[in-house]
Ligand binder design. Structure first.
Ligand SMILES: *[C@@H]1O[C@H](CO)[C@@H](O)[C@H](O)[C@H]1NC(C)=O
Ligand SMILES: *[C@@H]1O[C@H](CO)[C@@H](O)[C@H](O)[C@H]1NC(C)=O
Length: 260
């Protein structure tokens, strides 16, 4: 799996992001993830634990847009990591990840990959699940601030816009005839993309600012909704909080450094 991922990843770098397909990230079947997440969110209130997501999730209906501005993090390996291993993680916003009427999820943001011998590489991505990871044609580097706007124009179509705040450059694209998603949640998430490889890379703090979502044409904020996760045994790798238009997650060392 890791190898498949890496081979795809090399192809991706070589192709200069000409709409390449990445292999499914190891250890996170989107269908399982969405189904499991739907079950958990259905019965949990504002704070809960998931295996691989942290951040904020709001539920509602007829959600047509979610957006946030955040600084792309400098990511490093914790001291107990094995430098000969690959590591993955991502930060993204989404619509529909906790829905129960379908297993789709519309998401966009950044992911990072630790490559033994060369360090972390960070890339923008968008993905309409169940589908593959796609890479927009805009170069990213840690420390840059981006705004990500994700729109759903129906349960099967939408668009994204990603703006580089440093240069004002932007990339945007529309998608249609996608698998059906629910328009009943919006989320701002830090994700462990490989549950089998631990510890989770240290992303410092990711602050989703100007975080809003549009429901029934009205702009709303994520305040009050928080998930605290990246976890399966009660060992947290993220401390998250929301305040008005901000969702902030800080990497936290697990109590049990041995991992999962
Ligand atoms: C923003 O533009 C700067 C300057 O061209 C570039 O170095 C950086 O990688 C860009 N960041 C993003 C997120 O596109
Ligand atoms: C959904 O929201 C849009 C505005 O974004 C509104 O025009 C439409 O009537 C809403 N649909 C329903 C079923 O409420």
């Amino acid at each position: 799996m890791l190898c498949a991922f890496w081979i795809c990843y090399i192809a991706l770098l070589g192709l200069a992001a000409a709409s390449p397909l990445l292999g499914r990230r190891a250890g996170s079947s989107p269908a399982d993830k969405a189904a499991g997440f739907a079950k958990r969110t259905a019965r949990l209130a504002s704070t809960y634990t998931t295996k691989n997501w942290a951040g904020a999730v709001v539920s509602g209906d007829n959600i047509s847009q979610v957006q946030a501005t955040y600084r792309i993090p400098h990511v490093s390996l914790p001291t107990d990591a094995d430098p000969n291993q690959y590591y993955y993680g991502s930060a993204w916003i989404g619509i529909g990840g906790s829905g129960s009427c379908g297993q789709g999820l519309w998401q966009a943001g950044t992911y990072w990959t630790y490559v033994p011998g060369s360090g972390f590489v960070t890339t923008l991505f968008y993905e309409w699940l169940p589908g593959s990871v796609e890479v927009p044609n805009l170069i990213v580097k840690p420390g840059d601030t981006i705004t990500v706007v994700l729109r759903a124009t129906s349960t099967t179509s939408g668009s994204y816009t990603i703006i580089n705040r440093t240069t004002g450059e932007k990339v945007s694209q529309s998608l249609s005839r996608q698998p059906e998603i629910c328009l009943n949640s919006a989320e701002w998430i830090v994700e462990d993309n490989d549950l089998d490889v631990h510890p989770f890379p240290d992303y410092g703090t990711i602050t989703f600012d100007a975080a809003t979502y549009i429901m029934n044409g009205q702009t709303n904020y994520p305040s009050g909704s928080t998930s605290d996760a990246l976890d399966s045994n009660g060992d947290q790798w993220a401390d998250c909080s929301t305040a008005a238009q901000t969702v902030k997650c800080t990497w936290a060392e697990a109590d049990d450094a041995g991992g999962y």
